[in-house]
Ligand binder design. Structure first.
Ligand SMILES: Cc1ncc(COP(=O)(O)O)c(C=O)c1O
Length: 385
């Protein structure tokens, strides 16, 4: 594929597809040969770009894809993805025909939904995965009574095919395992109420599949670890192998200026130069997901650390430079320059949040450049097709 340089501002995300591939192969080596690997590419592939990640995951041995809602599934189908896709979240029962049209499996979590959806199917068949709520308290069937009623309904409505049963853990990314064990036991208890077993039974997310390799049933759902990010800082040192972070964020200095002592910077004039200082302006701001709370965060320029000064604007922010540099110098906000690294976790710590939120928050306004074998193979910029 040729390189498409279709973006006109020097601010971009780089996604190293070799890292994605390696993270998948490392997990796959720990799975039983018959265990299906479901690659979770919701939220635009956790901000990495759903299509390219889906393609890479499938080439690297993933069997199934999962997204949060139907629009995300349709996007993948419209862009040539033919592999089975599961919608993990709630879909409108009135939209079931769309799911049939795009051959997408839906998550079902109550009998009422099935009853309401059936007339909209107009006789066509659909695959569903039944979600059991074993302690997450989000969506899912919680009792034996509901399971028996749903099974009875499915026996009488053969056009609705139960392909899978699953649950989701609330605390798999914590070292304390008591609550997780409760959820596992509840899952097993609820599974025993089914008279038949569907093709797929799955419960493990990244944290569970990394820490509890036996908890596979016959499929696992791999999200954050596919992107090379640790499910939590707490379990980082317990991971069975190092994850390879695929995401980096870069820009270039657009202006370099010297401030006199007492000169101010940015909205509110909150920053004041204590002496003569060199300042660089970066074309990235909170509308790109580089949030206002990142004032004070360091970035890398010419292999050295430089702090963000003053308030982050919508499209720009300023850094204090160690000295004069040429405008146009590359600045790395997340990633490596020489021996210095700023990780997604560093930004999450500064924002007092989790790494998931950081990559998801970098907006669609920032083009994604994909690398493979060290080469740029594709640029995706949703603003310019
Ligand atoms: C139902 C479900 N399964 C799997 C995942 C993937 O989890 P992780 O990214 O921690 O691997 C998520 C993520 O939120 C989810 O909601």
């Amino acid at each position: 594929m040729g390189i498409n340089h279709s973006f006109y501002r020097d601010t971009w995300v780089e996604v190293d597809l070799d890292c994605i591939k390696e993270n998948i192969s490392r997990l796959k080596k720990r799975l039983k040969p018959e265990t299906k690997l479901i690659a979770v590419v919701k939220a635009n592939g956790y901000g990495h770009g759903a299509l390219k990640i889906a393609e890479t995951a499938l080439c690297s041995g993933a069997d199934y894809l999962a997204v949060a809602f139907m629009d995300e599934a349709i996007y993948l189908r419209e862009n040539g993805i033919a592999t089975p896709i599961l919608v993990l979240g709630a879909s409108r029962y009135s939209d079931v025909k769309k799911a049939v049209q795009y051959n997408v499996a839906l998550t079902v979590f109550q009998l009422e939904w099935l009853r309401n959806a059936q007339p909209f199917l107009e006789g066509s068949s659909i695959k569903i995965h039944l979600k059991l709520d074993t302690g997450m308290g989000r969506i899912g069937v919680r009792s034996k009574k509901e399971i028996l009623e749903i099974e009875e309904f499915l026996n009488e409505n053969k056009n609705i095919l139960l392909e899978g049963i699953f649950t989701h853990f609330a605390t798999a990314d914590e070292l304390e395992s008591e609550y997780l064990e409760k959820q596992i036991n509840r899952f097993k208890e609820l599974l025993a109420f089914f008279s038949t077993s569907p093709a797929m039974i799955h419960c493990s997310n990244s944290a569970a599949s990394l820490l509890y390799p036996d908890l596979q049933f016959n499929a696992v759902r791999m999200g954050i670890s596919m992107y090379g990010l640790t499910p939590s800082v707490e379990i980082e040192s317990s991971l069975p192998y190092p994850l390879k972070e695929a995401f980096s964020l870069h820009t270039k200095v657009v202006q370099v200026k010297q401030l006199e002592k007492g000169d101010k910077v940015s909205y509110g004039a909150t920053y004041e130069a204590a002496e003569e200082e060199w300042v660089g302006t970066l074309p990235i701001g909170y509308a790109d997901g580089w949030l206002r709370k990142l004032t004070g965060q360091e970035v890398l320029v010419n292999g050295k650390r430089a702090p963000i000064i003053g308030r982050v604007c919508m499209d720009q922010c300023m850094i204090k430079l160690p000295g004069y540099i040429e405008p146009g110098a590359k600045v790395t906000l997340i990633g490596r320059q020489n021996s210095e690294v700023i990780s997604v976790n560093d930004i999450a710590a500064k924002l007092e949040t989790i790494n998931y939120e950081v990559t998801c928050t970098i907006s669609n306004r920032v083009p994604r450049i994909y690398r493979k074998g060290g080469m740029c193979i594709e640029v995706v910029n949703p603003l310019i097709q």
